[in-house]
Design a protein around this ligand. Structure first.
Ligand SMILES: [Zn+2]
Ligand SMILES: [Zn+2]
Length: 325
């Protein structure tokens, strides 16, 4: 892997040398260590308090509490498999195989270094614990009768099922855009969202590399949506498949869509790999997740987005006759 990733424009994190300047003392190592560990210990403490309050709220119903723990473990393991298969598979395919044989060209020339990827994996795996915590909230919400999950029948032949999948994706898209805009306000950026933006040229490992608060904000949309939107468990599975795919794609570092993709009125409304890669490089634009509606409506697309997509995909556009009319 080449040198550590650096932003080309709009940087907020100056490149950091691993060597202290001559004649100056290096900072004590325990300060950054404490800065990392203390928020996590606070998070664990908060989680323990929440579980205790919920235990009390459910009348110390041991069956519910025991199942909540099983749900936590099951959601954590399922999400870990989802992360390793999706992010690991994409990394192996694009970074280890296809790039080496010259079949794909990275969006940015400077690829992430091993320490960048280690940091992305650390925060992503930590986020999975937060997602599992939200899984417990979903379970408890269902037990309490607050969330609208339904079962039975063959959902694939049901029109409402497909409506609920699309509705969940649209709800999450709006939630992501506006919570993301909020995370880019001065205080929240410095305290929370900066963790995700430490990756100036992200890899698939960055798919869930969030500060715990951001991980919670992203996951809590599921129980919030389930208060108003009746959902089959398979709705959640379909939404998660699309969400994981787009998260890995957005952080892949390679563009998958063809040259004509943003020229066609039928496809330009969908976001691309270049779109989110530019967000990591330029920071203050391209906030959307799945679709380009919100960035388009609120003028937050980067002014060079279309030109950058053209540049990145130009090598693949060998035949203009591929383009749709
Ligand atoms: Zn951001
Ligand atoms: Zn990102």
């Amino acid at each position: 892997m080449s040198a550590a990733s650096e932003p080309t424009t709009g940087s907020i994190d100056p490149p950091q040398s691993t060597q202290p300047p001559r004649g100056k003392r290096s900072k004590p190592v325990f300060v950054p260590f404490l800065k990392t560990v203390v928020p996590w210990l606070s998070g664990l403490f908060l989680f323990a308090v929440t579980i205790t309050v919920l235990d009390w709220g459910f009348g110390w119903n041991l069956q519910v509490v025991s199942r909540a723990r099983t749900v936590f473990a099951a959601v954590y393991v399922t999400n870990l498999i989802r992360y390793v298969v999706a992010a690991g598979g994409a990394f192996l395919l694009f970074y280890v195989v296809l790039r080496r044989i010259g079949w794909v060209t990275p969006i940015q020339k400077k690829l992430a270094a091993a320490p960048d990827m280690r940091r992305e994996i650390f925060y992503s795996i930590a986020s999975l614990a937060v997602f599992a915590g939200v899984g417990v909230i979903v379970y408890l919400g269902k037990v309490a009768g607050v969330l609208q999950f339904y079962y039975g029948g063959n959902p694939l032949t049901d029109y409402y099922f497909w409506f609920s999948v699309v509705a969940m994706i649209l709800i999450h898209d709006a939630w992501f855009y506006w919570s993301h805009r909020l995370l880019h306000t001065k205080l929240l950026y410095a305290k929370v969202h900066r963790i995700h933006h430490l990756s100036h040229n992200p890899t698939p490992w960055a798919a869930f590399a969030f500060h715990p608060i951001e991980a919670f904000v992203q996951a809590i949309i599921l129980p919030l949506a389930a208060i108003v939107l009746p959902m089959h468990p398979l709705t959640v599975v379909f939404w998660m498949l699309y969400m994981t795919g787009m998260n890995v794609f957005g952080h892949l570092g390679f563009e998958l869509f063809p040259h004509w993709f943003l020229r066609s009125r039928w496809s330009r409304w969908h976001n691309t790999g270049v779109h989110h890669n530019m967000h990591h490089r330029c920071v203050s634009s391209n906030f959307g997740l799945y679709f380009n509606f919100w960035d388009l409506w609120f003028g937050t697309n980067h002014p060079d987005y279309y030109a950058e997509f053209e540049r990145v995909t130009a090598a693949c556009a060998k035949d203009a006759s591929d383009e749709p009319n």
